[in-house]
Every structure is written in structure tokens, then in C-alpha cells.
Design a protein around this ligand. Structure first.
Ligand code: DAH
Length: 337
């Protein structure tokens, strides 16, 4: 066999190799066990002893050439350069449908709540998760000795400025009021952080929605009216609401708000601890000291504020009994929303 003729054939045929399959056929033809190069090798003993050495070297060179052509071709097919990649598509294959994702249940509840307040004219404002001690505590009339300032109740950042991860969304009240004058109706969704041990009802990170309204002559009746609209929109028209006196440093008077138990309708069950009522938020009339901190005249303006936990609302709404499930991202849970 004429080695030069085979070389020409190799160069010619590699040019039309354009797929994994045709490359394999090429490889078998030249390098296979019964391929052309094997045949050349097995013909060596038949040659004149003086010709064997030179011929053997030529066969070897040819073999190396074919091998490196194959490697090169493999690479260009894999990287899809030129047309080779396109020709390996089978346009008759059925397509792979993209699965649609959905909004996280917490996002859905958060959007729903913000939507209700937006319809009543509230503006949605967000604030940073890293806050100053002033905005998180001092400006909100939370005294220096208050237990919530303790390192066991707030995540402080390293450094001299006493920055912290906000432990509630209330500091955004300070930010907004320092920048803007009344009338104000604002709703603040966002993440908050507390160094709590994680269990079925505690998480070191959760979501709150803060709301506040400031103007001349805002009264507790405005607070009641707005919250009633909110509670009925989220939990249904039959829901009952009650205000229970409470204490918060940033409001006076303060109240916690309960709704009638959505499981037992107020008769008493394990979810409401036989009380018939479920606590859903904290609220009150903004303390005059808070107004002083932001430069508002407390004789001129009054306002209400409230704050609620989004996880808690979502858990009540959907009958979820473990907060951790929101953060595990188990598709079997997420797909139900
Ligand atoms: N900041 C409070 C908390 O995280 C919740 C709260 C209570 C907010 C009463 C308010 C309020 O605006 O008036 O526990």
C-alpha cells in the first residue's frame, strides 16, 4: 500500500467529519483493530528486511497524525465551533418544557398586605438592614437600660460606631420622619434580626411590616379603622378584632391587637391556647418623645404606628405550625402556594 496515497485520503476524509458519529467511523477506518494502519503494520514482516525500518517509521508517523487529527476534531465538535455543533441537533426531538417558578409564600403574604395598605393611600418605603443604635433604639424612645438593647437581644456589628442589624422595622419611622414633613402614611416591609435560638416559633431572621400615619388630628379611632380594614381583608369579613392595653416605649397609649381565632372562631382550641384570640400585632399612638427626636412639634401633630410579623400572619393564614419551613426551601412546601 502506498503511504502517501493514504495520507492524502486521511486529509480528505477528516474534512467531512462533522459529528461524533462520523468521527468514530473515521477512527475505526484508520485506527481500528482491522483498520488501515493495522493492515500496514501487519504487512511489515512481508517487506524486505532493509525496507522494514523506514516503512515502520512512516507508519508510526501516519498513526500519530491520525490520532492528533482525531483529538483536534473531538475538541472542535465538543466546543461547537463552526457548523459541526449545529448539525448534531435533532430538530425532531420533543422540547424540554421550562418549569415555572412561583413567589415564595412570605413574598405573597407581604405583597398582599402591602397591597391592602397601598389601596388606602399608604406609600411603601424600605430601609437598610444595618442600622444605627440611634435609629433602632434612641430615636424610638427606647431607654439605654432597656433589655432589647442587650447583646442577647440585638446583633451588634464589630466596630466603634455601634452599628447593628435592625431588630425591628420601626427605625424606618425615624428615617422617614427626619426627611419628610406630615402628612405621612407609610408602610415598611423588611427583614429584621434577633439572636434567638431557632425553634418552631423563633428564627434569627424574620420579616416585619411597620405602618404609621402622622398628621394633625390623627386619633386612635383612625388606627382602629385602618387595622380593621386590614384584618378583614387578610382573614375574612367575619373576623373580630380587639385592642388589649400594652406597653411599647415608642407609643403612648399602646395596644396589642388580637383577632378572633381563625381555627375555632373564638370558642377556644390548641392554636389559640383556649383563649379564642390570636395576637397579630403591636400598635399605639406615636410617643411625643419620638416626634421630638425627629423635629416634629408634638402639640401640632399626632400619629399612630403599628408593627406586625409577616411569618406569624402567614402561619395563621395558612395553618402552618413551624416557622422553619419558610426558610428550608423544600419544594414540596413551596409548590403548595
Ligand atoms: N417594633 C415592635 C416590635 O418589633 C412592633 C411594634 C409595636 C411596632 C408597636 C410599632 C408599634 O410601630 O406601634 O416588637
Amino acid at each position: 500500500m502506498d503511504i502517501d496515497a493514504i495520507k492524502t485520503q486521511v486529509d480528505f476524509e477528516i474534512g467531512s467529519v462533522d459529528s461524533v458519529r462520523s468521527l468514530e467511523a473515521f477512527r475505526l477506518k484508520f485506527l481500528g483493530r482491522k483498520g488501515i494502519i493495522a493492515q500496514l503494520t501487519s504487512s511489515i514482516p512481508n517487506l524486505h528486511p532493509q525496507e522494514r525500518g523506514a516503512f515502520g517509521q512512516e507508519v508510526n508517523a501516519l498513526k500519530n497524525k491520525v490520532s492528533s487529527l482525531i483529538t483536534e476534531k473531538q475538541r472542535s465538535i465538543a466546543s461547537g465551533s463552526g457548523e459541526s455543533r449545529q448539525r448534531t441537533y435533532d430538530i425532531g426531538m420533543p422540547g424540554i418544557a421550562q418549569e415555572l417558578g412561583s413567589l415564595h409564600p412570605l413574598t405573597q403574604v407581604l405583597n398582599e398586605i402591602c397591597g391592602i395598605f397601598k389601596k388606602m393611600g399608604f406609600a411603601v418605603v424600605e430601609g437598610p438592614e444595618i442600622e444605627s443604635e440611634y435609629n433602632n433604639f434612641t430615636g424610638l424612645n427606647i431607654p439605654l437600660e432597656h433589655p432589647s438593647r442587650d447583646v442577647f437581644d440585638t446583633f451588634y456589628l464589630k466596630g466603634k460606631e455601634r452599628l447593628l442589624l435592625r431588630s425591628h422595622t420601626s427605625p424606618v419611622q425615624i428615617r422617614v420622619m427626619k426627611k419628610q414633613k406630615p402628612p405621612l402614611a407609610v408602610i415598611v416591609p423588611g427583614r429584621v434580626y434577633r439572636p434567638d435560638a431557632v425553634d418552631a416559633s423563633h428564627s434569627f431572621m424574620f420579616h416585619q411590616i411597620e405602618g404609621f400615619m402622622v398628621d394633625r388630628n390623627i386619633t386612635f379611632a383612625d388606627l382602629k379603622g385602618i387595622l380593621e380594614v386590614f384584618a378583614k381583608a387578610v382573614f375574612g369579613e367575619d373576623i373580630k378584632m380587639r385592642f388589649r392595653p400594652h406597653f411599647f416605649p415608642f407609643t403612648e397609649p399602646s395596644a396589642e391587637v388580637d383577632i378572633s381565632c381563625i381555627i375555632c372562631k373564638g370558642r377556644g382550641c390548641s392554636v389559640c391556647g383556649k383563649k379564642g384570640w390570636l395576637e397579630i400585632l403591636g400598635s399605639g399612638m406615636i410617643h411625643p418623645n419620638v416626634f421630638k427626636h425627629v423635629g416634629y412639634d408634638p402639640k401640632k401633630y399626632t400619629g399612630f404606628a403599628f408593627g406586625m410579623g409577616v411569618e406569624r400572619i402567614a402561619m395563621l393564614k395558612y395553618g402552618i405550625n413551624d416557622i422553619r419551613i419558610f426558610f428550608e426551601n423544600d419544594l414540596r412546601f413551596l409548590k403548595q402556594f
